[in-house]
Design a protein around this ligand. Structure first.
Ligand code: S3P
Length: 175
């Protein structure tokens, strides 16, 4: 079976739902940010600060290519992985791509509730709120997230409900 990639903006539930889906389908789960952190022995915000975003994107591309070469795996790329055309091509070629979305206000709540520093959201114009930044970046990426075979909004339903809906959709696709 092809691997399943969960794409989507930060805070849409890629890691949480990815883990639940992996457990439900008895498949391994690979979080690309976690792979990069482990390999670099550095948090993502530190990598951005030390090497810059371009270098981070190159690490992300490398980690994605290695993960996508595996079969029967649930992959969670960082929210910006879809920005590179090469990454979108790798995802579409090797994975069944599912897109998670959420309302900007829900995203804000979720990203504020965890300890991970997201440099893309910290990079704001003077006076720009985090919510405004979320909306701005979301809008610039919306088309890429919408390209997926299946899109699901995670704002309201529980992890269990969302996981079941994804499993049902996969079953309908004969995955
Ligand atoms: C990013 C999302 C983050 C992480 C990095 C950049 C982005 O991953 O890869 O901070 O550009 O959207 P999550 O989507 O897992 O938060």
């Amino acid at each position: 079976m092809k691997s399943i990639a969960l794409i989507g903006f930060m805070g849409t539930g890629k890691t949480t739902i990815g883990k639940a889906l992996a457990e439900r389908l008895h498949m391994p789960f690979v979080d690309l940010d976690a792979v990069i952190v482990e390999e670099q022995q550095m948090e993502i915000d530190e990598i951005f600060a030390r090497y810059g975003e371009t270098q981070f994107r190159s690490m992300e591309h490398d980690a994605l290519c290695r993960a996508a070469a595996r079969e029967n795996t649930i992959i969670s790329p960082g929210g910006g992985a879809v920005l590179q055309a090469e990454n979108r091509a790798v995802l579409n070629k090797h994975c069944c791509v599912i897109s998670l979305s959420a309302r900007p206000e829900v995203i804000l709540e979720r990203v504020d509730a965890d300890d991970t520093v997201r440099p893309v959201l910290e990079h704001r114009l003077p006076g720009q709120t985090k919510l405004a930044r979320i909306k701005e970046v979301l809008e610039s990426r919306a088309a890429y997230y919408q390209e997926a075979a299946y899109c699901i909004d995670t704002s309201e339903q529980s992890v269990e409900q969302l996981t079941e809906q994804i499993v049902q959709w996969l079953t309908e696709q004969n995955q």
